[in-house]
Write a protein that binds this ligand. Structure first.
Ligand SMILES: Cc1ncc(COP(=O)(O)O)c(C=O)c1O
Length: 391
């Protein structure tokens, strides 16, 4: 058991990952893409061997892909707090989001307004930005507080009777800030706008539910939570059934979510996704993950040398993702030197959060430390020790 006292069997978890068994390395870049347990990789390989066919045939390989896809909708809906028929499966969040935004905006008029936030990843902004360019929509960006939380007053001030969408991240992939998702969905609905929620970052750390927050569109990416490279969305049928999808003619309109899926699905990855959900349940689900990661985050913050600057809000307002800066050492050198000493982090200038920069008092590039559920106390201690040696 983890000695963090959180009851999480982190050694048992780690034994299920080849890369964690084979090497002495602290992987602290879960936000860029989580490590994947062997059982998920095995399921992908197995499906490739036995389930490669078109759907709807009367023979075993076809029946297997049909079942994989329908099981993926059922399990995806349980994960996203919604209904199987409203699940949209696709290659990644960004691709699904471009498709859904275009379908949703078919009847938007010139001058209609979309609100996004300075915490958003561009995957939840670019689809609207490009629509705004093409169609004369107005894109507005809500600001932040000094501690890099979403400024709700700034969102409220931007709302007008032309607001058609409030798009926001449930958590920031850059600074880890968690946003009040239900409150934002309620605000959108109070003016008849759509609540468009990017849960890509949040879903790796906390349970999500479209139903509980009232999201019209909720998006996530399984490769952030120990799954294959896929994207997934849940759409509210009350609004999405009115959208005319961009799809090929013979594609059926039911289940609702499938009308926003183009082409043939990667069935072998969906087979891996099914095992991902079973894996997450087997380790206690998102509540166990939340407790374990929070204990690690607190430990890391307590041990970081005081010379290291950490950006973002207090622990209770964030998931365990931290932008840091080692004064006097460029981020690229910090990342390279840490990697040489067995710690994997990332350095970047924008983190794909294109409107965040003006709110940061950091140098042009920063280092991101992203704790994942398979990280151990030894991982965060190693990071803290190496940073201490560096400063
Ligand atoms: C918060 C957030 N939203 C959206 C995306 C884009 O996701 P995808 O790679 O599935 O398109 C990412 C990717 O890192 C992200 O972190």
């Amino acid at each position: 058991m983890s000695s963090a006292g959180d009851g999480f069997d982190v050694e048992g978890v780690r034994s299920r990952f080849t890369v964690l068994r084979e090497g002495d390395f602290a992987f602290l870049d879960a936000p860029g893409g989580s490590l994947v347990p062997d059982e998920v990789a095995d399921a992908i390989a197995e499906a490739t061997r036995i389930a490669s066919a078109n759907m709807g045939g009367f023979y075993p390989t076809s029946q297997r892909v049909t079942k994989i896809q329908s099981d993926a909708r059922v399990a995806g809906a349980a994960f996203m707090g919604g209904e199987p028929e409203n699940i949209v499966l696709g290659p990644n969040m960004t691709t699904i989001n471009f498709a859904l935004t275009r379908a949703a905006a078919r009847d938007f008029a010139e001058g209609d307004e979309i609100i996004v936030t300075a915490l958003d990843h561009d995957g939840n902004v670019a689809p609207w930005r490009e629509l705004a360019r093409d169609r004369g929509l107005v894109l507005k960006t809500a600001g932040l507080t000094d501690d890099l939380r979403l400024d709700l007053d700034s969102v409220r001030e931007l709302v007008t009777d032309r607001t058609r969408v409030i798009a926001f991240p449930w958590a920031s992939n850059a600074v880890g800030t968690v946003t009040p998702a239900k409150e934002l969905c309620d605000l959108a609905h109070s003016v008849g706008a759509l609540a468009w929620v990017d849960a890509v970052h949040y879903a790796a750390h906390r349970a999500i539910s479209a139903r509980e927050i009232g999201a019209d569109v909720l998006l996530c990416s399984p490769y952030k939570f120990a799954g294959p490279h896929l994207g997934m969305a849940h759409v509210d049928p009350a609004v999405a059934s009115a959208w005319r999808a961009y799809k090929v003619g013979p594609r059926e309109d039911y289940p609702l979510g499938s009308r926003f899926e183009t082409g043939t699905q990667p069935y072998e990855l969906l087979a891996g996704l099914l095992v991902t959900f079973r894996y997450l349940e087997s380790i206690g689900g998102l509540s166990a993950i939340h407790a374990h990661e929070e204990a690690l985050a607190a430990r890391m913050l307590a041990r970081l040398p005081e010379e290291v600057t950490v950006y973002g809000p207090a622990l209770e307002h964030r998931v365990p993702t931290f932008l840091i800066d080692v004064p006097g050492t460029p981020a690229i050198d910090v990342a390279r030197r840490l990697a040489e000493r067995g710690v994997g982090v990332w350095h970047h200038d924008s983190w794909y959060a294109m409107s965040l920069r003006p709110w940061l008092t950091a140098p042009p590039e920063t280092v991101r430390v992203g704790i994942g559920h398979y990280n151990s106390e030894a991982d965060v201690d190693r990071l803290a020790d190496e940073l201490a040696a560096m400063v």
